[in-house]
Design a protein around this ligand. Sequence first.
Ligand SMILES: O=c1ccn([C@H]2C[C@H](O)[C@@H](COP(=O)(O)O)O2)c(=O)[nH]1
Ligand SMILES: [Zn+2]
Length: 161
Amino acid sequence: MPKRKDYLSWDEYFMGVAVLSSLRSKDPNTQVGACIVNTDHKIVGVGYNGFPIGVDDDEIPWEREGEWLETKYPYVCHAELNAILNAISSSLKGCTLYVGLFPCNECAKAIIQSGIKEVVFLSDKYSEADNTKASKLMFDKTGVAYRQLIPQHGSILLKLS
Ligand SMILES: O=c1ccn([C@H]2C[C@H](O)[C@@H](COP(=O)(O)O)O2)c(=O)[nH]1
Ligand SMILES: [Zn+2]
């Protein structure tokens, strides 16, 4: 029998894991998932955007606007940071991060400091925001490569039963 031709590429597989992880997010507006992969193509960390452990999802609002302290922004832990903190490996040197949304400047700092060398992203919907511009500046200055994934498969069907 000939081998399957329609199998997922590494990029689509790891981005698929990131997107699957994003489905755990309770953010009603933007769900972000992240997947960190080492140079042996092994997944070493995953995460999604959510409130910190112990911060009650039902007590903090997912608002975008209003008094800062009454929005989600001061509390939500970003997908990339969660993936880094969840990593099973003590060193992420040389790893690649797959993420659904281009990282903000705070995540960019954590990515750089952890030794991740490449960022593969899907959406750059906040490309005009200053924090995204700051991320790109820091990545450029520190040699972290970044590229947008244009997937071959627009959707991946997961049958759970
Ligand atoms: O680098 C990033 C930037 C943002 N996020 C999360 C944080 C929030 O939960 C959403 C963004 O919400 P908007 O309503 O689109 O402002 O995305 C992240 O995980 N990583
Ligand atoms: Zn971030």
